[in-house]
Ligand binder design. Structure first.
Ligand SMILES: [Fe+2]
Ligand SMILES: [Fe+2]
Length: 125
């Protein structure tokens, strides 16, 4: 489990989306900070919910642009957003049911997904 490090490879041509990605990465690092400082489950859950709301808006912003371009890549892009949101919903349910959530698995999943998603899909927006 580590901080999300912003790398040049994550820079895409759309500056608005670059800024939104940076905000999301800061939000992920905020969760990481709370976890490493042993903050309460409630604090971590709130930070996680906040991240999901930000991500959801970002996803809608991207998909609004994608609707103009109808091809397989755009379809796969949408599917990848959905896959991520489905996984985030699962984590949220676990938080709500007070089930154990492995933070390192969760953050590794988020970090890996982001890097992979931006380099595979967002860069072709
Ligand atoms: Fe995307
Ligand atoms: Fe994105």
């Amino acid at each position: 489990m580590s901080f999300f490090k912003y790398d040049e490879i994550l820079k895409i041509e759309n500056e608005d989306f670059n800024n939104q990605h940076l905000i999301l990465m800061r939000s992920i690092n905020g969760i990481f900070k709370y976890i490493s400082h042993n903050e309460s489950e409630e604090t971590i859950k709130n930070a996680f919910e906040n991240f999901i709301s930000k991500f959801f808006l970002h996803m809608l912003n991207e998909e609004r642009i994608l609707t103009n371009k109808d091809n397989l890549l755009q379809e796969k892009h949408r599917e990848d957003h959905k896959k991520f949101m489905d996984q985030m919903t699962e984590y949220l349910k676990s938080f709500e049911k007070d089930e154990h959530v492995s933070y390192s698995i969760m953050l590794n999943f988020i970090n890996n997904w982001f890097t992979n998603h931006i380099t595979t899909f967002d860069r072709y927006i």
